[in-house]
Design a protein around this ligand. Sequence first.
Ligand SMILES: *Cc1c(COP(=O)(O)O)cnc(C)c1O
Length: 353
Amino acid sequence: MSRFLNERLSALEAYVPGEQPGDKKYIKLNTNESPYPPPQSVINAVGEKELAELRLYSDPECRVLRTALAEAYGVRRENVFLSNGSDEILNFAFMAYGGRGAVFPDITYGFYSVFAQLYGIQAETVPLKSDFTLDAGAFCGRNSLVVIANPNAPTGLTLSLVEIEKIVSSNPDGIVLIDEAYIDFGAESAYRLIGKYDNLLVVQTFSKSRSLAGARLGFAFADGRIINDLEKIKYSTNPYNINRLTQLAGVAALKEAEYFNKNCKKIAETRGYVKKELEKMNFSVTDSKANFLFAKCPVIGGRELYLRLKERGILIRHFEKERISDYSRITVGSRDEMEEFLRAVREIIGGRV
Ligand SMILES: *Cc1c(COP(=O)(O)O)cnc(C)c1O
């Protein structure tokens, strides 16, 4: 840290992304990327011709992509916001709506508390129950910024639409942000409620179910006035937040719903299979509806399991955090990758169960 850094930032603990090591080839089950490549049409969309156009700025209004997204979801263009990854929307939302504090679960996406710190927002964390389910009632009547990931990360557990609506309707004077990064793997989106509530902000991403983590493309649905707030911040920070190649990739990806649905189905099937196999080895595994499993090994700690798998060329995510330090978050990869993962786990705990 230099002596010039703003005092407010000196104590900030930055978000630590899952490792992306370059030392050798790993089976990567640590950052919830898709095991499947983008379809050929997306690859073709960002070809030579567009690369030659890179001397020009991208369209700050993202007109083509925004229209395509509005059509794909059956909403109006003025209810759509596009961003450089959905993390950018979370950033903007904390910046815009954290004035009266923020509330989120104690165990959830680690970025929420970083944004709260970054903007000096009073953050209250509500403990999940002992089975990691979320007590919807504890998020009602808050009237501050309520942030809930559905499915939650890293537990994979979901809230029903009825519970979400209860939270939204009971917080008329606070924004309720539903982070739906994993929605396509088996939960129900709240985006259809945006016409009914002016305080609901639904955030999704192309990173997980659409195999475009590296393109950095997120989006949100909300009342037009919320979208205008987010636009205001965007035009005050980075108007060209979505580059030319990503805009084209996004448009092409929206035409491939069938391909992505098929991949999500495969991932859900593999998830069920791996869960069963882990349970045969006496792991505790939550009922995840995301593209990862959240599991506790019966014989060795979370850190040890992570290290022993890494030695074998397999990366999973370990959290050095109270309540969950013995749980592992394991991205659901391809069937072959998961067979290798299971083989390694059997080897590691062999003889100990
Ligand atoms: C991955 C993830 C995001 C961010 O994804 P982007 O790549 O920035 O779109 C947001 N929320 C949760 C809960 C996530 O797991």
